[in-house]
Write a protein that binds this ligand. Structure first.
Ligand SMILES: [Mn+2]
Length: 255
């Protein structure tokens, strides 16, 4: 499979930092970014989706998004992934947290800050369409915002998700929305990892305090909803063969 924008493949060289779900929290965002050496091209950083949409009054989603757009253009070692909150704008799909329509709130915030919705929203959507869904590392790790999707049953299904540019089908919906237990089992995680030929995977999306292990999957809690905020700091030259190898790479945001 060729490298394209939906799948980033990292070689067995250097280091990768992974954090997720900052949801407009610029304090956490800046602290994670401070841990990254942008000028070292072998030092990668993965933001595993849902960097926009806060339910709090102090919502810095636009500031974070514009910083991510700038860094994505500037650095080849900067990898923001598509989450369901970014996807909601591509698909023009309302997204509710309780009674709050976060897609609509975000659009209203654009108007407030910029005094018009366009061309800003269209530019943001173009950006969301340009970012990857997955990062896979040579040393055994697969990174995604959510999932795996149970609808990916074969390598051909996976190839279709990676190479297609349609954002409106059920398959993409399930890739950015699927949650453990409700939408997939530990067996489904193993089956997906066999298809993509990785050893373990890491996702965000579902709120956990710090992290949770679900079979061969780690659910990471880096910011939103997590009291114990954690990120991963991985040496790409050492193999990640199992969950113990991955758990050993967890670090606290503060400390
Ligand atoms: Mn999510």
């Amino acid at each position: 499979m060729d490298d394209n924008t939906r799948l980033i493949q990292l070689p067995d060289k250097g280091r990768v930092l992974i954090f997720t779900d900052v949801h407009g929290n610029i304090e956490d965002y800046n602290k994670y970014l401070d841990k990254w050496d942008s000028n070292d091209s072998d030092c990668h950083i993965v933001i595993a989706g849902d960097f926009i949409h806060s339910i709090y009054k102090q919502d810095y989603s636009i500031e974070i998004l514009e910083d991510i757009i700038e860094k994505f253009k500037k650095y080849d070692n900067f990898h923001p992934l598509l989450g369901n909150h970014e996807w909601s704008h591509i698909a023009n799909a309302n997204l509710f947290k309780g009674t709050i329509n976060q897609k609509k709130d975000f659009e209203e915030m654009i108007v407030e800050r910029k005094s018009s919705l366009e061309p800003y929203l269209s530019n943001y959507i173009t950006f969301f369409k340009s970012i990857p869904l997955f990062v896979q590392t040579e040393n055994g790790l697969f990174i995604s915002h959510a999932g795996p999707s149970k609808k990916i049953e074969t390598y051909e299904d996976y190839e279709y998700v990676v190479e297609d540019d349609d954002y409106y089908n059920e398959l993409i919906f399930s890739v950015v929305w699927s949650r453990p237990e409700k939408d997939y089992s530990e067996y489904d995680v193993s089956n997906f990892l066999d298809i993509v030929k990785s050893n373990v995977m890491v996702v965000g999306h579902t709120i956990v305090d710090g992290y949770r292990i679900f079979g061969k999957q780690m659910i990471l809690g880096s910011s939103f909803g997590s009291k114990k905020k954690l990120y991963l700091d991985i040496d790409l030259e050492k193999p990640i063969n199992n969950m113990d190898d991955l758990v050993g790479k967890l670090k606290p945001l503060d400390g």
